[in-house]
Design a protein around this ligand. Sequence first.
Ligand code: AHR
Length: 497
Amino acid sequence: MATIHIDGTRSLGRIAPEIYGHFSEHLGRCIYEGIFVRPDSGIPNVNGMRTDVVEALREIRVPVLRWPGGCFADEYHWQDGIGPREQRKRMVNTHWGGVVEDNSFGTHEYFELCRQLGCKTYVNGNVGSGTVREMSEWVEYMTFDGVSPMAELRKKNGHKEPWQVDYFGVGNENWGCGGNMTPEYYANLYRRYQTYVRHYNNAAPIRKICGGPNVDQAEWTRKVLSTCFAFPQPEDAHGFMDGLSLHYYVHPGGWKNKGSATVFNEEEWYTTMAKALYMEDLIRLHGSVMDEYDPDKRIGLIVDEWGTWYDVEPGTNPGFLYQQNTMRDALVAAVTLNIFNNHCDRVKMACIAQMVNVLQSVLLTEGEKMIRTPTWYVFHMYRDHQGAQALPVEVDAGTVGGTELPAVQASASRRADGTVTVTAANLSMTEEQTVRLAFTEWKPVSVIGTLLAGEAHQHNTFDAPEAVAEQPLPVRPAEGGVSFTLPACGVVSVQLR
Ligand code: AHR
């Protein structure tokens, strides 16, 4: 028996909807085929965006979308992706498979996609191989509503009104693919480049994201913050940064032999769970350095790349990072999102990598077919946490599978209308759990539950698209709250009023 104690008398803070964000890179079949198919394609689309994909993404309320990379961002020259499509430059996508990138999806197409999704925008600029002028002109092109060379160019290309850039990333992984820089060097470049990310629209200032550490590089965090933050912020408003990024992927077998997405044993299951839970240690580690410089938590930790990364599906291009998605991925998503909810005072945005057909995708496509992955269902079941007040939870469940790992992991939140959402994951690969939800000073009068369950390796395919899908969860009254059976490797969402 596991008990999840929920303290409804206190809030841990607001869960930024952006914690449920996504990442789409010019990588493999994410943008091309997965999202964008060109307006004259036989696949139903609106202005080139696949209708099936957009509808499925709207169902999970995508709050923000990061683009164009990733490593691709530091090689992307935005002017190649504007103007008549047939005249756009063709280039080699050196990072991802050496394929031809024809730039048919560029700035205008990205904002059209975000319009259709109804989400915020997060554009990642090029520091590694781009100039300050190039970055500053991109910002002018996208956001200036007046007379200027870039605003005129945008109008000439068919978009009179400026767009809103909600977040702007100044480089990506500049310790690695974004230029192999030292933290000192990057931090000084950051100060310089961010100066020219101008707020042309003061009513909607751009939030600037500074390139942060890889995994546990606390030294990067410290050196970048001490150069970019530890001095009085300029008077004129938003300071030098609003967020610091963190990238962390779960590779069950390590970076070199990551392991298969669909073939794994019990030991690999628990290694994966342990590596997913490690996200909490990383938030604590970097959060404590951030607290030294920013005790008021003005700067968000932006986990703008996270998820599982396995060997590619046999027979697919190794540079395309295409992988299947099982109940194991659903558990990684559930555990990670619970961690973000529980640390919403510092984590202000997170983007799963990546949205379609790459790494831990929520959707997979093959020609005109599309399937929802188990990870999609987790985002669907967790959607009511977006914008709600996080409630403290304590889980009393013991450990699992002969490991030190908690058997059950959870988070909870309360929406403005009073509805409480509790999400929980059973980390056991084989054993079900009876779970009781117990509330401090509150008695729910109505309850509805949703369950995602299946054998650990189960996944959806183009022939069996709903082998894994949500189902109703039977819930019983119990002392001080309610109880239910949580199957092995199951995820639940319970709504109480
Ligand atoms: O998401 C795939 C790649 O992983 C990104 O391009 C890069 O930023 C990270 O190393």
